[in-house]
Design a binder for this molecule. Sequence first.
Ligand SMILES: [Zn+2]
Length: 371
Amino acid sequence: MQNFFQDLKDNLVNQYYECPAYKLICDNQGFNPSINLNSEKDIEQVPFVTTTLFKKSAEIFTDLLRVPLDKIDKWTMSSSTSGDPSIVGRSATDLVQIKKFMDKNVSEYDCVFYPEPEVMKRLRSQMVHGKPTESYIGNILDMYEFNDNAVFLLEADGEELNINLDAFETFLREHNNLEHHVSIKGSTILLYNTINLLKEKIRPVNLGKNTIVQTGGGGWDGKKGSLSVGTTLKRQDFVEEISSFLGIPEENFIDSYSFTENSFPISGHYSKEYKDYLFHIPEYGKVIIRDIKTLKSLYNPGDRGFIQMLNAYGTSAFAGASILVDDIGEIVSMDKCPDCGQRVMTIKLIGRVKGAEAKGCGATLNVKEEK
Ligand SMILES: [Zn+2]
């Protein structure tokens, strides 16, 4: 990274010339990044591609490439609740770039609520234009440097995943009352459901102050793929219940947010005061929150809207430099995390737009109402 603004501009200018579909979007809005993007203030004018355009059913994901089809290394695919995943073409170098942005907190013992990365990558793979798709989460998982002793609790059984509850119980027994440096990683819903099952079977444990719980991949709306908890999962309930059952301080809970069309994951630490995760926007990326009806950029604490992510890096193969996602974020502060004091834009994640809200923005985003 040299200078974020200059690097973002370079990325957008290249995307404009390499991807005719993006050029069309820009030309329709009278915006040419090489002419109209001259200062930080101009960034809010940068046209975006909505994540819905990457859906398989939209049938234009090949038009959103910046390189010829035979130059991409793989298709990365979202896990989809609706059966209509996003498909994003990527080069190996773009994936290496994402890895550089990931938190490198190494733990001595990992317990993972996912299958092994290679298994996760191949789950529900499809052939698309002669190349197999790979799970995006599987690719992210593959970027962690797990110890050899890492325990992966999910096993693939055909297209489905089964959890090995006994292995988790054994893991908890082995680390109980020892204050080991443990990391419990993975799917929010699976961890939550598993703890609820275990509550019926065993007494609470005490993993202690050196254990972190690092979730990712969403699921707060109560479902993820074929998994469900029936209702919305409140972050406060999740943290408080798991913290007390496993004996882990609430401040050791971290959530990460990324989606298939984006290139820098953001992570949030749980705040006891806010009873929510506070996400820091790192210096190598930019986030704009946009009103869900007018799409105007918002700047005040408490403002809620769609999340636009501006990527200066890691989108050389696809039109991912400026992406608008149909998740709703809330601005906590434009310049400082009120909980830990770090000088960064801080947001909360509210969830996905649906129902009546979705109708209001359907014309611009083509958001389908969830059944
Ligand atoms: Zn903070």
